[in-house]
Design a protein around this ligand. Structure first.
Ligand code: COI
Length: 359
């Protein structure tokens, strides 16, 4: 990792576009704030960290990201409490994970000081875009792209690390029904499934579109070898409640090590819920749905938070989940989001208060 040497340059926009934004009607990830953070990698070092007006970036058509998809990203959120303080949730986890993803894609690790300095300054600058209150957040999308010119199939020697921000509410509106994969696969042993590699998401678009045509919002991916074990849903990890036990698959090189996922495991345990992290068989979930012990399924992710799943289909057999009065999913979501936005105690030390910076 390189030591931070350059100071952060800040160029502010002349007029904010915030007054044209309807904060009560936000489609996820479609409206972006006034500024973005950009840092370059060249000659073996990250350099020129900069916050500048949000806008298009210019790149040569031969830049490697366009040809080989050498790109990784993160999903994070910032929250504001009623006193105007800004928080992030376990940001160090995102920092570590983007570098883990980068390593797998033969990309250089980003610098921790630049990461936090860039985020903290950006959030101070975009403070008005972070709305307090339940379900409001600012979605942060750090990403790294290979910018070296030339189409030889080898790792780029130049990169851009960028952070853009989008005010957010719910990711999924309405009920989520899922299809258990029995043909296509998302990831394989020894592959890049654990990384937030851009191509992991593109590879899911086609099978997910097929599922959507049949009325399902998401595919729950199964292991590529046998399609017998439930893994993750691509935009979120998945939890199953059988009886009063929560089940979720262990992470592996095929499954994203979700920060919401691991926080929920701890949160649920702290609430006295029995949690089992172990391979979850398709057949046991189908059997539990048939015998009435499958009470809940939900997805967990930064963007999705906790999204209840109302039904699933496996090999053309459709199952609906019951409507519960006090589902674990809703209870955990309430607890997690309150903790994230400083409306609940944080005995875990997960909440990160963004320092006030004069910008
Ligand atoms: C996130 O939850 O932040 C993700 O990265 C999922 C994304 C594809 C929306």
């Amino acid at each position: 990792m390189n030591m931070m040497t350059d100071t952060l340059k800040v160029t502010k926009i002349a007029d904010s576009k915030i007054s044209s934004v309807d904060f009560n009607n936000l489609a996820f990830g479609t409206v972006f704030t006034d500024h973005m953070f950009v840092c370059e990698y060249k000659n073996g070092a990250w350099q020129n960290p900069e916050i500048k007006p949000y806008g298009p970036i210019s790149m040569d058509p031969s830049a490697k990201v366009f040809h080989y998809g050498q790109a990784v990203f993160e999903g994070m959120k910032a929250y504001k409490d009623d006193n105007g303080k800004i928080f992030m949730f376990r940001p160090e986890e995102n920092f570590n994970r983007i570098n883990k993803s980068s390593e797998r894609l033969a990309m250089p690790a980003f610098d921790k000081d630049y990461f936090f300095d860039g985020l903290n300054t950006l959030l101070n600058l975009e403070s008005d875009w972070i709305k307090p209150g339940k379900d409001n957040s600012l979605y942060l999308r750090p990403f790294v792209i290979a910018t070296e010119n030339g189409v030889s199939a080898s790792p780029s020697t130049e990169y851009k690390f960028i952070i853009i921000c989008a005010p957010a509410q719910a990711y999924y509106s309405g009920e989520v029904k899922v299809l258990f994969a029995d043909h296509y696969s998302r990831s394989a042993d020894g592959g890049v499934g654990f990384a937030k590699a851009a191509g992991n998401y593109a590879a899911q678009f086609y099978p997910t579109e097929l599922a959507k045509q049949k009325g399902y919002q998401q595919v729950v991916w199964t292991d590529a070898n046998t399609h017998e074990y439930l893994e993750e849903a691509g935009t979120m990890n998945v939890f199953f409640r059988v009886g009063d036990t929560l089940l979720t698959a262990p992470t592996s090189d095929r499954i994203l090590d979700g920060i919401t996922r691991k926080s929920l495991i701890e949160l649920a345990k702290s609430e006295g819920i029995n949690v089992e992290v172990r391979p979850v068989k398709v057949s046991e979930i189908v059997e539990a749905a048939e015998n009435g012990t499958l009470k809940e399924m939900f997805g967990a992710g930064t963007a999705a938070v906790i999204s209840p799943i109302s039904g699933f289909t496996h090999k053309d057999k459709e199952f609906d989940l019951p409507t519960l009065e006090e589902p674990y999913g809703a209870r955990l979501k309430q607890h997690l989001t309150a903790l994230q936005a400083n409306r609940a105690e944080d005995p875990f030390g997960w909440r990160y208060e963004v320092p006030t910076i004069a910008v």
